[in-house]
Design a protein around this ligand. Sequence first.
Ligand code: GDP
Ligand code: ZN
Length: 293
Amino acid sequence: MIARYGSEVDVLDTRQRVQQRARLRRKTDDVVCGDRVFLEATEAAVARRADRHNQLTRRDVSNRPRTIAANIDRVWIVIAPRPEVPSFLVDRFLAGIVNLPAQPGILVNKWDRADLQRPAAFDALLENYRCLNLDLLRVSAHTGYGLDRLRTAARGHSNILVGQSGVGKSSLIQALLPREELRIGNLGHSGEGRHTTTTARWYEAEGGAWIDSPGVRDFTPEISSTAELVRGFPDLAAFAERCRFRDCTHRAEPGCAVTVAVADGGLPAHRLEAWHELLQEIGAGGRLMPGNR
Ligand code: GDP
Ligand code: ZN
């Protein structure tokens, strides 16, 4: 099991830092956090990695896929009253997570100061996500509030925390894990500075595993068809069943139940905006293919 990676990788089971040969990196598009690997007989280098059951990938600035972590069961999107929540980021994460496939959840951190300075829009946003039938847990890394419920939901799974910087991902990991485990997830200290900001890390805990990931400002889900997109928007899809046209794009078509739902307040406008944005990105030209939904 890999805790972190780079030109060297940390192997948890043997508690070793081993080399990742350049040849292998080219061939397998790199070993990432959460990968299971086979070592060479000398145990000095990675021989090959095992197949993954899924992988969380983001796009870099030149739109190249970069895998953040592999073999993930639950993805927790961390948000907080501050910094302000970009709803498009949450919507894009949600659309991507169900298609990994993995189980999405939302962690509302910094709940210790929630009544002090919670913007009204924040409560409204939480209400929007409550309808999506996913785990939405209020927690505080500082006071420990809600962490038992989180541990219970996370038990027996590999869990990754994702979200923008400053929402408290690292603080939550620290609050969730005993000191001993934090040290193990941090094998060795060379090259520390570079790795902390660019790669994910894996921590073993009693009953489950936690992965911390670098903060992101945007996220591009790996979605390749409108059918997958529909899976990522079950709330919107429920209204879309009642649109007059089967290939309705939910823009200006007559008899569009989705735009009516947005106007009535039954569907948050940001959900439809995120849908349109992703539809365009997957190259469907803004037109759903009949039979695809
Ligand atoms: P990350 O970038 O998502 O890893 O966020 P950090 O863990 O570095 O936390 C960012 C800031 O939020 C730090 O100043 C933390 O002290 C603060 N913070 C994290 N968790 C909490 C919390 O539960 N309550 C409060 N009040 N502040 C928190
Ligand atoms: Zn429609």
